[in-house]
Design a protein around this ligand. Structure first.
Ligand SMILES: NCc1[nH]cc(CCC(=O)O)c1CC(=O)O
Ligand SMILES: [Mg+2]
Length: 330
């Protein structure tokens, strides 16, 4: 032991050398903040299964968007919470040019022209049954009919001013169809963030509470369009297809339990890769924080850095504001 040449602890001894050898960093540039919007004015509703997260009306959404700009967060992800009488079997409200999402996009673009807005392209907030598409008489979500509606929805978002549209539905061929329609209508700059490897996950529960689709979905599941969580080769194929069809960014979802998939996508394909730390992952951590079982700031930052280590270029996270605030204070 007299001549221990490799002492790994030497570099860990002081903060300056720890800083020098640090391989990965989290910055506010890496964060995307998902937000839930409701009708009305000066309205806020808590989401019991997501402590700290509220559904807000457009006026309050705009105020929060300004806060995001100040915090250096580049983009928000918008999810409309649609009232029951707007839901239907054919989800017509999804492409209403004056729908809630479309109005919210316009309002935020006007107030914060440089903030990115990413819209959710999927039908689950608009269908009476809570599935992400149009169903046939057996309840099966019909792929190509659904894609036609998604195209209309994506175009209405682009027209409202969304710079990024994000299909989260997992229909086959929707990226290509949306890309072609955007090109044909002159929206050549609209970016597509594809939820490419989206798994049929039980971690989405609190989100479904937040958008009010859990009651409608009931005991239903999304196994015949979202991916089986036993697979990773299939994720690579899904990502490759979406890239061929014109996606600019791809996403893996959920996040923390799927970092192996994030790593494979980034390292095998080398494309802009994002991960979604979903509602259930947020709820789990918040439950521990609120009970005093885990320290919020340190565990939150450790969980977000793990995404960077795995290769993610950015993270959709309900912690985006808290993390950006913490980064600014350092
Ligand atoms: N298109 C639906 C959609 N878009 C984002 C989420 C989940 C997000 C989260 O859990 O935070 C879901 C839920 C689902 O697929 O049932
Ligand atoms: Mg696909």
């Amino acid at each position: 032991m007299a001549f221990l040449l490799n002492r790994m602890r030497r570099m860990r001894k002081d903060e300056f050398s720890r800083r020098l050898m640090r391989e990965h960093r989290l910055s506010s540039d890496d964060l995307i903040y998902p937000m839930f919007v409701i009708e009305g004015e000066n309205q806020r509703q808590v989401v019991p299964s997501m402590p700290g997260i509220e559904r807000v009306s457009i006026d309050l959404l705009v105020e929060e968007a300004k806060e995001l700009v100040e915090l250096g967060v580049p983009m928000l992800a918008l999810f409309p919470v649609v009232e029951g009488d707007k839901k239907s079997l054919l989800a017509e409200e999804a492409y209403n040019p004056n729908g809630l999402a479309q109005r919210a996009v316009k309002a935020v673009r006007e107030a914060c022209p440089d903030l990115g807005i990413m819209t959710d392209v999927a039908l689950d907030p608009f269908t009476t049954h809570g599935q992400d598409g149009i169903i046939d008489e057996t309840g099966y979500v019909v792929n190509d009919v659904t894609v036609d509606v998604l195209v209309k929805q994506a175009l209405s978002h682009a027209e409202a001013g969304a710079q990024v549209v994000a299909p989260s539905d997992m229909m086959d061929g929707r990226i290509g169809a949306i890309r072609e329609a955007l090109e044909a209508e002159g929206y050549i700059h609209t970016r597509i963030m594809a939820y490419s490897a989206k798994y049929a996950s039980a971690y989405y529960g609190p989100f479904r509470d937040a958008v009010g689709s859990s009651g409608n979905l009931g005991k239903g599941n999304k196994f015949n369009y979202q991916m089986d969580f036993a697979n990773t080769d299939e994720a690579i194929r899904e990502v490759m297809l979406d890239l061929e069809e014109g996606a600019d960014m791809v996403m893996v979802k959920p996040g923390m339990p799927y970092l192996d998939v994030v790593r494979r996508v980034k390292h095998e394909l080398g494309v802009p890769t994002f991960a979604y730390q979903v509602s259930g992952e947020y709820a789990m951590q918040m439950a521990a924080f609120d009970n005093g079982w885990l320290d919020k700031d340190s565990v939150m930052m450790e969980s977000l850095l793990a995404f960077k280590r795995a290769g993610a270029d950015g993270i959709l996270t309900y912690f985006a504001k808290d993390a950006a605030r913490l980064l600014l204070s350092k």
